[in-house]
Design a protein around this ligand. Structure first.
Ligand code: C2E
Ligand code: MG
Ligand code: MG
Ligand code: MG
Length: 292
């Protein structure tokens, strides 16, 4: 009896695995086509500087405009792209389009904007990454300080020497490097000292309950203080409420990013968003009145 059940569930499991393998193959084929047909699009999510109330940077977040499935979020295809190696051409597409936006914004009301792009560990490992980045900067005449690269803590686990080398070279090119999803990964703090980190992004899982959970509040304060003591500014991700914003401002977080101040949006919606929110007063009763 038990044996039969075991075998049946194994066959069931194997059939499920087989289906998943087929689905994955189909997804990889579709991703190839998506590149050929130019079906990807970059959404932009603004970041708010809490000190001056300005929005001078955005994070570029990829979406796939699928012919039948609609707008597909990155978590549904980036993992497959990473496994198959397609993340390299997709990442190059992201890089090129970020540079293209920066160049098209020159001389417009978006002139001051910088763009952060996400880079997976596999892209950092790619030997011609530096060539690709410097090539794009030149081709679109982009000021390197306008381009930020977001990397997760996974890059501190394997290939440390190679990754360190790549980061130093990106830093020398003049790009800013941000540690994304800080706190959920390989949390050794030494790399904040050893790597050329210009920004720390606190993962949104710490922000979600920061107002009502004292432990999360302690962690967020500690990360902000640690980063500041090392001279590194901090972005908090996933701000959805005024109370979260107030907490972060009161604790001297530099920038916030979240649905409360702006969802990811098509680039062409940015300008309208900025003019609509320009007058928003994000200060609260707890903040110091400005002198003079
Ligand atoms: P991430 O880099 O940590 O990006 C932040 C994610 O949080 C985005 O999800 C964003 O839409 C979402 N988010 C922003 N504000 C809020 C909020 O207030 N509440 C909640 N619940 N979520 C918020 P998205 O766009 O689905 O992207 C997911 C992940 O996919 C990104 O996480 C990043 O790791 C990856 N990704 C996105 N674009 C790219 C890309 O061009 N290349 C690579 N390699 N990865 C990318
Ligand atoms: Mg990111
Ligand atoms: Mg993140
Ligand atoms: Mg993430």
């Amino acid at each position: 009896q038990a044996k039969a059940t075991g075998r049946n569930s194994f066959q069931f499991y194997a059939a499920g695995m087989h289906q998943r393998a087929l689905d994955r193959l189909q997804l990889e084929k579709d991703l190839h086509l998506a590149l050929e047909r130019d079906e990807f699009i970059l959404y932009m999510q603004p970041q708010l500087n809490l000190a001056d109330g300005r929005q001078s940077s955005v994070e570029a977040l990829i979406r796939w405009q699928h012919p039948t499935r609609g707008l597909v979020p990155p978590l549904e295809f980036i993992p497959a792209a990473e496994e198959s190696g397609l993340i390299i051409p997709i990442g190059r597409w992201v890089l090129e389009n970020a540079c293209r936006y920066l160049s098209s914004w020159r001389g417009t009301a978006l002139d001051h904007m910088s763009i952060a792009i996400n880079l997976s560990g596999r892209e950092l490992a790619s030997p011609d990454l530096l060539e690709a980045v410097s090539g794009m900067l030149t081709r679109y005449a982009v000021d390197p300080s306008k381009l930020k690269i977001e990397l997760t803590e996974e890059i501190f686990i394997d290939n440390i020497e190679h990754n360190m080398d790549q980061l130093l070279r990106l830093d020398q090119l003049g790009l800013q490097l941000a540690i994304d999803d800080f706190g959920v990964g390989y949390s050794s703090l030494a790399y904040l000292r050893n790597f050329p980190v210009s920004l720390v992004k606190i993962d949104r899982s710490f922000i979600a309950h920061v107002v009502e959970r004292p432990d999360d509040a302690v962690i967020v304060r500690a990360v902000i203080n640690l980063a500041h003591n090392l001279g590194i500014p901090v972005v908090a991700e996933g701000i959805e409420t005024q109370a979260q914003l107030d907490f972060l401002r009161d604790n001297h977080c530099d920038l916030i990013q979240g649905y409360f101040t702006g969802h990811p949006m098509p680039a062409k919606a940015l300008l309208a968003h900025l003019s609509r929110t320009a007058g928003n007063d994000h200060s609260a009763e707890t903040s110091e009145p400005s002198s003079g």
